[in-house]
Design a binder for this molecule. Structure first.
Ligand code: E4P
Length: 212
């Protein structure tokens, strides 16, 4: 399973990259807005640090504008993946961009047939949002099981990127299900490495060695 970091914060990306946690990056308009910089500036900066896929989201909602915006974003760096919302216009853009060899990540997916239609249009990645489903009382991880099963049934090459991750259990369950990618906020990535018994055990070893 690949690990992407779900942030546009350059310092977080640098810190996570240093620790070997970053196979790619996902951004969205809300994350970009928090940086106070332009999307193009932030994406270019991220692509200098990370060589894996870096998702940059279009703001247009009409297919023709989405395609033009996607083409512009893809020119920032060769590892840019154009993020497109799961709408009919979005799928027109996905199909045309993928025919031009531009990779896409279809975002805001909340059921398995949306994921199937995005794959059919030629998406490179699909982003089902598990945390936002949990928030409304629906089991987000059940959606991941369904999509992984459907893509396996038909040998679809579109990768399942688990998004809207809120805690380590989302990561554990994604790995058990066999999702291709998880995109994880920095704060959750940090939680994945720690355990109180690790800290306690290390403390005892250092005490026994006379170092504490
Ligand atoms: C990433 O691709 C998504 O935009 C992101 O994971 C959404 O997360 P949120 O539901 O915590 O905003």
């Amino acid at each position: 399973m690949k690990f992407f970091i779900d942030t546009a914060n350059i310092e977080e990306i640098k810190q996570a990259h240093l620790r070997g946690w970053v196979d790619g990056v996902t951004t969205n308009p809300s994350l970009i807005a928090k940086t106070g910089k332009s999307r193009e500036e932030v994406i270019a900066e991220i692509c200098q640090i990370v060589k894996g896929p870096v998702s940059a989201e279009v703001l247009a909602t009409q297919s023709e504008e989405m395609i033009l915006e996607g083409e512009r974003l893809s020119q920032i760096a060769e590892n840019v993946v154009v993020k497109i919302p799961m709408t009919e216009d979005g799928l027109i853009a996905v199909r045309q961009l993928s025919e031009k060899g531009i990779k896409t990540n279809v975002t805001l997916i909340f059921n398995a047939v949306q994921a199937l239609m995005a794959a059919k249009a030629g998406a490179y990645l699909v982003s089902p949002f598990v945390g936002r489903l949990d928030d409304v009382g629906t089991q987000g991880m059940e959606l991941i099981s369904q999509i992984v099963q459907i893509f396996s049934n038909y040998s679809l090459t579109t990768q399942v990127l688990v998004a809207s991750i809120r805690h380590p259990l989302h990561v554990l369950e994604s790995a058990l299900i066999g999702a291709d990618v998880v995109t994880v906020p920095f704060a959750v990535l940090k939680k994945l490495t720690s355990h109180p018994l690790t800290d306690k055990g290390l403390d005892q070893f250092l005490k026994d060695a006379g170092l504490r």
